[in-house]
Structure formats: C-alpha cells, structure tokens
Design a protein around this ligand. Sequence first.
Ligand code: F0G
Length: 456
Amino acid sequence: RRSWAEPYKIKVVEPLKTTTREERRRAIEEAGFNTFLLRSEDVYIDLLTDSGTNAMSQDQWAGMMLGDEAYAGSVNFYNLERAVAEYYGYPYLVPTHQGRGAEHILSQVWIEPGDHVPNNMYFTTTREHQERAGGTFVDVIIDEAHDPKSEHPFKGNVDLGKLGSLIEEVGAEKVPYVSVAATVNMAGGQPISLENLRAVRELTRSHGIKVVLDATRAVENAYFVKHREAGHEGRTVAEILHETCSLSDAATVSAKKDLLTNIGGFLATFDEELFEEARALVVVYEGLHTYGGLAGRDLEAMARGIVEMVDEDYLHSRIGQVEYVGEKLAEAGIPIVRPVGGHAVFLDAKGFFPEMPQDHFPAQTLAAELYLDSGVRAMERGVVSAGRNRETGEHNYPSLELVRLTFPRRVYTQAHCDVTVESVLEVWNNRENVRGLRMVHEPKHLRFFQARFERL
Ligand code: F0G
C-alpha cells in the first residue's frame, strides 16, 4: 500500500514547549482535571480537537491578503458561494461564524416545540440546539455504533427500522427532518454509506420529512465510501461528496474541519424557503448574510480550502496518519474503537478501567492521566460530554466512554505520532494505580467544556 508520507513540506514552524511531570501535575490540578481548561502553552502535543487547529496552505494564506472587508457583498463571499455550489452542490449559502451558528439557525427555522429529531447518534452542539428549539433528540444509529469492538465498515449508518418506528409512533408531521452526520464524531469518526443515506432519503421522502446533513467531515466520509463501499472505488472523492450532498435538503458545516481553516462555517441548501428564512435570521445572530460573523479573509481561506480538501494525496496522508496511530495502539493490545475513524483514534476508557463506575468519569480520568504522562492533550467523549437528561436530571450514560486523540490536519509529524503511542502505552501499563474523579463544578449547558473535577 502506498505510504502516507505528507504531500507537503514545512515552511513555517511553531515551537513546542516541553514540561516536567511536576509542572503538568500543577497545570492539570489548576485546570480541575479538565483538558479544556488547560492553557495551550502547557500542552506538548495537542490532540484535543481537529477543529480550527489545521495548518493552512500557502495558497490559503495568500488568499488572506485578498480579504475584501466590505460590510456587504464582499468578493470573498461570492468566491465561497461558487466553491460551495461547485463542490457540495448547494446553490444557496448562508455563512456563519462556525458550525454551531448554522445549527442554531437551522434548528430555529425548522423545529417546532414538540417535534422529534432523529440523528445518527448525537453531536453535543447539534443536540443542544435541537433541544433548545423545543425538539426531542432521538438516536437512530445502528446498534453496532455503540459497540467499540464491532468492525462494521459503516458504523455511522442509520437504522431504518428505528427511524421507521419513530415516524410511526409520533407521526411524520412531528418529524421535521432527519439529522445525518457524515462522519459520526461521537461514534468514533465512523462513516455512513451512500447506500444507507439513499435509503434514508427514500424512506423519509414518502413522508415529506427532510434530510439535513452535518457535512462537517463529509469529505472524510467520502474517502471512506471510496475505499470501503463496493462500486465507488473508481470514482473521485469530489464526485462522492457531490452525490452525498445531493441526497439531502440542506447541510450545516463547521469549516474548521474538512475545509482546512481556523474558523468558519455555513448553512447551505437546495431549499429556497429555508434559505430565505435563514438569511433573515443570520443578521440577528451572526452578521450580514454575506459575511455571517466572519472576516472577508476567512471566507477566502474557506473557498480555497474547499479546493484543497478533496485532493486525494492529502486525504490519503491525513487518514493514513490517524490509521497509523490506531494500528500501532491496536497491535499493542490497547482497547480502541474499531475500525479507526477519519479524524481521531478513540481510546476505550472502559477497557482501561473496567472496575471504575461511570460516575467516576473513566474517560475524563484517562485524558488527565495521558496529559500527566507526556503533555499530550486529548478530549473526553463519555458521560461528561453526554450531559444530563432534560426531564429526569440524571446523567445520560452513553455506552461509549471514550478518550479522543484527535489529529489536526497537516500539523503533526510521524515522530509526534510515535510519542503519542508511547505515552498511551505508559498510561496503559500503569492503569491499575489510577483513581477516578468527582465533579465539583458543573455548568448548565455543554458542561464538558468547563466542568471541574477532583481526585477521589
Ligand atoms: N458537527 C460536528 C460533527 C462537529 O464535530 C462539530 C464540532 C460541530 C458540528 C460544531 O461545529 O465547533 O464549528 O461550532 N466539533 C468540534 C470537535 C468542536 O472537537 O469535535 P463548531
């Protein structure tokens, strides 16, 4: 198999700082054992997220100098509109400051109190906006997605039986749309197949239910379709992306991932009515409809990132890097979510600490241990991220209790990957001496960002 060696070289460098274990102990305690509350200057290798942490290309940086900072009608908006129409296919575009800005507007326009919104698993901000608009979130992903050991190649697929029963139970008029993520972040960066998406489309069309794509990592999804789904190996990722979007009515996108930028997002659609309403709302929450809370230069970086994101040498290297780390860990017997996803390797914290109750926060604990060991920063994706049930006030206990090692695009080298693998092994070897955590501060919304913990 072709090597995943980077199809670019380094022109500008950003120094990394190393720290002692004692310095890290102080830093993680000050951060309340929450890696979101660490200062980035105390982090060695930052695998918190692939969101906005990408290295831009020389072409994107050159485009930044061409920012047209007009309040209205910036040339960069039209460049972006053209790129979205060409590569995603949507004729109508509403830019937003990032993905959740688009989710907010979409949820406000399409969800009425009392509605049900089926999703293939959940994403934190997406669900929050659906619920704040009065919707009830319903998970309709296939069961395999909840099993870290299942090797199903498309664990992002929607379970058509679950979707069909929901529609029957609450009535199609209470289901404004199905929210389909490609890839599914919380399931481990797992893709949805085109066949499944087409089936979702067919099932919902007969009921007048729309399909909204969370196309934040739809390019990475298209890469998996090309390599895993029969009949697509001869197509380009760009063609597959186009077809994916053609099976939806609208998409919300965080440009901070696939589009290789540091900020940005958008709502894009085929639906003229949605467009008109979204364009009216965006001026309330984000900014005028031709800038949506962004500078002209950011819109230009997005437009140029769209052209680069479907480059298959780049994608092969990007996904190859994540796979490299996943395979090294798997070979060493570390429990990870299988198969390895597009943007991250997910450690199975329940596999590290099988005796630890979930309300001692195994994944939060594991992320803190990893930072303590080496300064590698990861992210909890377990019970803390899942929040509380709005009705009962109890924790939502997800079956997956994960720590995400998320790879920024075009940022770290293979040696950084090796250091990360070594550190995970070190923590694995010492796992029996680790105690869990107690939550001592819990914010009301999206608690994982700012919650604080103490050692039990
Ligand atoms: N949808 C998905 C699938 C995401 O992963 C994210 C962000 C969003 C929507 C929201 O976009 O951050 O631009 O407002 N994910 C980041 C992460 C935060 O670390 O996974 P945003």
